[in-house]
Design a protein around this ligand. Structure first.
Ligand code: SAM
Length: 276
């Protein structure tokens, strides 16, 4: 299946689809696969609230599928108008088709096909260099989505993805981000390039580690800081831990041997804000 079925249409065209065998439906469903997302640079986002967030942050929606019955609802009208103004494609679909697209029994009333957007370290606005969240080899899409939401809520400047990371534009990560994927710049990159950048910009690297040298509550925070978080299974690599200016641990009681990555990120980020 190719994405051709979404590419050829009149600007702002409205199509009514009641069969899941329709080519446009197959094209949308193909974006559940990482390879199709990588090749097309597109992804899926579900729900009217999330799509409005996308519109407000200037994301590009190339098509939207919405439930026929929801067509007159105010937020669906707003989304349809915005997509039509930009020449996108509108698909009015029945519940069966929407369930197929979202692979859920109780789908949201709208699903959009959007263009992925990655940022580069060198083009991040200087104001974004405050409180970077840096993830090494992040593996779990739910963790990544939750971290994006937390980074947005707690005012991180950007989220940097080092190494072999899970796809932030996979459906699960997008869902977990609750729309914050549109608000926080996502910067994939190589570790060496990131370290050189941090050095040039005088960003303090705070690594989080189960055997961190300092208690997280005891360090003096500044705003030009990057919080460096390790992989869910392996933790922070030795190379990255050694490159950090300081390593910190979050004290734990009980028998758990570590905190979940997204939880550890939330605590560290909050502590870095509170400490200012
Ligand atoms: N088995 C891994 C290890 O030995 O590091 C556990 C990794 S933990 C699930 C994922 C990441 O969350 C860690 O690499 C670290 O960045 C952060 N983290 C979790 N618990 C932490 C704690 N108590 N103190 C500091 N960082 C922690």
């Amino acid at each position: 299946v190719t994405l051709e079925a979404l590419a050829h249409h009149k600007p702002g065209e409205i199509r009514r689809i009641t069969s899941a065998a329709n080519e446009a439906v197959k094209a949308i469903r193909s974006l559940e696969r990482k390879r199709e997302r990588a090749e097309s640079g597109l992804f899926l986002a579900e729900g009217a609230r999330t799509l409005i967030e996308a519109i407000e942050t200037g994301a590009e929606i190339i098509a939207v599928a919405h439930l026929i019955e929801a067509g007159e609802e105010a937020h669906i009208r707003l989304i349809v108008d915005a997509v039509q103004r930009r020449g996108g494609l509108i698909l009015e679909v029945n519940r069966e088709v929407l369930e197929k697209i979202s692979q859920r029994d109780n789908p949201q009333t709208a699903i959009g096909v959007l263009r992925q957007r990655f940022a580069l370290l060198d083009t991040l606005a200087p104001a974004r260099l405050h409180r970077l969240v840096v993830l090494e080899d992040v593996r779990d899409p739910g963790n990544l989505g939750t971290i994006l939401r937390t980074a947005d809520a707690l005012g991180a400047g950007a989220v940097v993805l080092l190494g072999a990371h899970t796809d932030p534009y996979g459906i699960e990560a997008v869902r977990a981000s609750m729309g914050s994927i549109f608000a926080v710049p996502l910067v994939p990159g190589a570790t060496d390039a990131f370290l050189a950048f941090a050095k040039a910009k005088r960003i303090t690297l705070v690594g989080t580690h189960l055997s961190g040298a300092r208690d997280i509550r005891e360090i003096a925070w500044n705003d030009r800081v990057a919080l460096v978080m390790g992989n869910e299974q392996k933790g922070l690599s030795d190379a990255l831990a050694e490159a950090c200016n300081v390593t910190v641990k979050i004290p734990m009681a009980g028998r758990a041997d570590s905190l979940n990555l997204a939880v550890a990120t939330a605590i560290t980020l909050f502590e870095s804000v509170r400490g200012r």
